[in-house]
Ligand binder design. Structure first.
Ligand code: BGC
Length: 515
């Protein structure tokens, strides 16, 4: 009994006479589409490694390269080595382009379908990879980044929607985290490629940027091969095609109950004329606040200061080039393994416990790093000693582990399970936009912060971890195992703070605006 209409369907009755199965074609479809997560992760993990490569710096950022040469000859402080606005734009421009593309993507997803939007994303990715890998000057390099960002904007809008529309309800939560797992695998893959490519002179950086072509190609082929979702086809009036795809995915000709659900979901979705206005209604305040704040806090854990710049950060902590890239591989592996912990425990121990435990663990790790770097027995150049650097790497790994089983997946999962039927899609756009906006800000600010605050950057993020953990403790209710249609009754109405936003006479299932 699996509803397959995607986001609106949790609120609908599910027939017991469904014969739908989890078919090989369904699994292949999900695996192909989820490669978008690999691509997103590759982009996150790639830039830090590339910007630590001498050949790349010499060609595109000669002033940073000169500073690094001086440092290699034992002159100057490591903390400011990579402090360059343009270098940071290299990383951050991708996310800025992603934000802008998201607005177009929400239009194409609705009117042209999920499949075509993913194909568009794939072509943006491939063009971005080619431009980056073949770059002769900064113009080509940055245009490539912008294309990649457009790919991210289109893919991150269409893919989660696609997956939730074809996935049986009972594996939908797992699929959500599977996407995050793919992101972490993409980051690790990038770390590994960087490690190998850094040894190839003078064009290793081209290999590093070019290897993004693998996930880009997989996503494009995948998007071309899969059928659009039945919901998307039916929404656009292609009913017979929608039915045929539904039969294929379900592995049976008896699709009556699924079809009924999709038709009903489509009818309800079409009644919502202004989902963003509906989102601003008072009764939608709780999920909206969480969509925004969970994403802001997720980025203020400082995770991407580490994910983007870990090789650069490790060099700044006194490690050599090779050891820095090697350490990034270790922290990337911790990220993947700890995400598996999350998949296992999220429906057993609940969201709150994971977030609260992680808050404590992240705080301790970040404070230890700050204290150790503060008391560090400095070497001749005034930089941290090797022993200190190793201790810091261990602490960074405990920090990443706790992020990966908490804020990483839950920052995405919780908004996806708290928005009501009529605002689910608009809510997803808000979530993606806030994420990209704050990812952009962290990408643009981290290296300057490292230069000005030095090890204080870790204390800065530790402070935010306290704020977000207190926020979770007081404001985040447990949503584990609560069906979406009961969230108002069972969650918001019972919460000491959020209950004031829910009127007693309001029945969420029927709150469709036609304004
Ligand atoms: C975040 C990304 C981050 C990744 C690290 C995701 O949940 O949204 O910004 O790079 O986790 O694994």
């Amino acid at each position: 009994m699996w509803p397959r209409g995607g986001y609106p369907l949790e609120a609908l009755e599910v027939s017991m006479d469904s014969e739908a199965k989890i078919t090989p074609i369904l699994i292949i479809t999900c695996v192909l589409v989820a490669t978008a997560g690999l691509m997103f992760g590759y982009d996150v993990g790639n830039s830090g490694g590339v910007t630590s490569m001498d050949d790349f710096l010499e060609k595109f950022f000669p002033s940073v390269f000169r500073r690094k040469l001086m440092y290699d000859n034992n002159n100057g402080s490591a903390y400011c080595l990579f402090n360059s606005q343009t270098l940071q734009v290299f990383t951050s421009s991708l996310y800025l382009a992603g934000i802008i593309a998201t607005f177009f993507a929400s239009h194409t997803t609705r009117h042209l379908g999920r499949k075509l939007t993913m194909v568009v994303a794939g072509f943006f990715f491939i063009s971005g990879v080619v431009l980056g890998a073949a770059a002769q000057n900064l113009g080509m390099l940055f245009t490539g980044r912008i294309f990649l960002g457009c790919g991210v904007g289109f893919a991150n809008q269409a893919v989660p929607l696609f997956l939730s529309e074809v996935a049986p309800a009972k594996i939908r939560g797992g699929l959500n985290i599977l996407f995050q797992l793919n992101v972490t695998v993409g980051i690790l893959f990038a770390n590994l490629v960087n490690y190998g490519a850094a040894k190839i002179h003078p064009w290793g950086w081209r290999l590093s940027l070019g290897s993004a072509g693998i996930p880009a190609f997989l996503l494009t082929i995948g998007a071309l091969l899969v059928d659009d979702t039945p919901t998307s086809l039916i929404e656009r009036g292609r009913i017979e095609e929608g039915k045929a795809v539904l039969k294929k995915l379900c592995g049976t000709d008896n699709i009556e109950s699924e079809l009924k659900e999709i038709m009903e979901a489509t009818r309800v979705a079409q009644q919502v004329k202004r989902p963003f206005r509906e989102l601003l209604q008072r009764h939608n305040r709780p999920p909206l606040v969480f969509a925004i704040f969970l994403q802001i806090f997720q980025q203020l854990t400082g995770i991407n200061a580490i994910m983007f710049y870990s090789p650069v950060l490790f060099i700044s902590l006194g490690l050599g080039n090779d050891a820095s890239l090697y350490s990034a591989v270790i922290s990337g592996s911790v990220n993947v393994l700890s995400t598996l912990v999350s998949i296992y425990s999220v429906d057993r121990v609940g969201r709150r416990l994971l977030l609260l435990e992680a808050g404590v663990q992240m705080f301790i790790s970040l404070v230890m790093i700050t204290v150790v770097l503060h008391w560090n027995v400095i070497d001749n150049s005034g930089d941290p000693s090797q022993g200190t650097a190793l201790f810091v790497i261990v602490m960074i790994c405990t920090y990443i582990a706790s992020f990966a089983w908490s804020w990483g997946p839950l920052g995405w999962l919780i908004p996806s399970e708290t928005f009501q039927l009529e605002t689910r899609s608009a809510g997803q756009s808000v979530t993606v936009c806030v994420n990209l906006l704050f990812t952009f800000s962290i990408a643009q600010a981290s290296l300057s912060m490292l230069c000005h605050l030095q090890y204080g950057i870790f204390a800065f993020f530790a402070g935010w971890v306290v704020v977000m953990t207190v926020f979770v403790y007081f404001f985040l209710p447990e949503t584990e195992n609560v069906p979406i249609e009961e969230i108002s009754e069972k969650v918001w109405k019972k919460h000491w703070f959020w209950k004031r936003f829910i009127d007693d006479d309001r029945i969420p299932k029927t709150s469709v605006t036609s304004a």
